[in-house]
Design a protein around this ligand. Structure first.
Ligand SMILES: [Zn+2]
Length: 317
């Protein structure tokens, strides 16, 4: 088993100050993984990758929307909405984050690595076709999935979103499609207040979206059990050739944005990783690409990512 890690010190240039989605998130992860020195002395670590080409962004997002985001950044940035902040560098950093996801796909699809983890920011899963939302500018996982389909001719990929928030952006992008299957396990009700059980796709996409909304009352053991059961059943329907994880860590019990999340502790993220790895083994030769989404208690995030990364590496955690 071999795992590729991609991250980049330039992600710190999306400098959001006291916002919960802050550069300190990545710094804490690097520290916990013991890679701070290496990351801080290179652009693009552990290997070079490029910003996503505009064409790749335009394959997912409305052209006018992308132009507006870029223009706001070029003009000095500011708040796009109440939640989502832009700095002069944000558009470039978002393109870099999307590019890391594409490079992760390349590493796995060429067979060079069994799986890959992209630790970049800003996150992406709330970004809809024509708008930024919830700290997200461009939808990294959807762009990576489209790259897998366009470049490697895949017919069916599966995105598993375990952030505490519903991955409304990814759902919006994939809702009428039957090549990108989308599964979201999230707390409900909680921002963005979508992701009900009856949201299953539309048109050709009916049945290719599966939502598992869980209330705060559901105990931790039950959260894990229901996740395993639902995602396993859905993967059997999706029969994916590649699996993605929208890896948010804000379902952690100590997460402030997830308001106590779904009671998970840090090692539960290793458990969930192993569940998804086993699905990847069953369906697609272990091919798995994970992209960082949320997680806002800096210490809990770093610890949870450590468990996730070790599980991806096949370490006994
Ligand atoms: Zn989240």
């Amino acid at each position: 088993m071999s795992s590729l890690l991609l991250t980049d010190r330039r992600c710190l240039l999306h400098e959001t100050g006291t916002h919960p989605e802050c550069p300190g998130r990545l710094k804490a992860i690097w520290e916990r993984l013991g890679i701070t020195k290496e990351v801080q002395t290179h652009d693009a670590w552990t290997r070079p990758f490029e910003p996503a080409p505009m064409k790749a962004l335009q394959a997912i997002h409305d052209h006018g929307y992308l132009e507006r985001v870029e223009a706001v950044c070029r003009n000095g940035g500011g708040y796009w909405d109440a939640d989502t902040m832009l700095t002069p560098n944000s558009f470039d950093v978002a393109r870099l984050a999307a590019g890391a996801g594409m490079a992760a796909v390349d590493a796995v699809m060429t067979g060079e690595f069994s799986n890959a983890l992209s630790l970049m920011r800003p996150p992406g899963h709330h970004a809809v076709v024509s708008n930024a939302m919830g700290f997200c500018l461009v939808n990294n996982v959807a762009i990576a999935a489209q790259h897998a389909i366009d470049h490697y001719g895949l017919k069916r990929v599966l995105i598993i979103d375990w952030d505490v928030h519903h991955g409304n952006g990814t759902q919006d992008i994939c809702y009428a499609r039957n090549d990108v299957y989308f599964f979201s396990r999230h707390r409900f009700p909680l921002y963005p207040f979508s992701g009900k059980k009856n949201e299953i796709g539309t048109g050709a996409g009916v049945g290719a979206t599966c939502n598992l909304p869980l209330s705060h009352e559901v105990p931790r053991e039950e959260v894990l059990k229901r996740f395993e059961k639902s995602v396993t059943e859905f993967a059997d329907i999706a029969k994916p050739e590649l699996i993605f994880i929208s890896a948010g860590f804000d379902a952690h019990k100590d997460d402030p944005v997830g308001s106590g999340g779904l009671h998970l502790n840090s090692s539960d993220f290793a458990h969930m990783t192993k569940i998804v790895m086993s699905l990847a083994e069953t369906h697609c030769g272990g091919r798995l690409v994970s992209l960082l989404e949320g997680g806002y208690n800096i210490q809990a995030l770093a610890e949870s990512v450590w468990y996730h990364w070790n599980a991806l590496n096949g370490n006994d955690v």
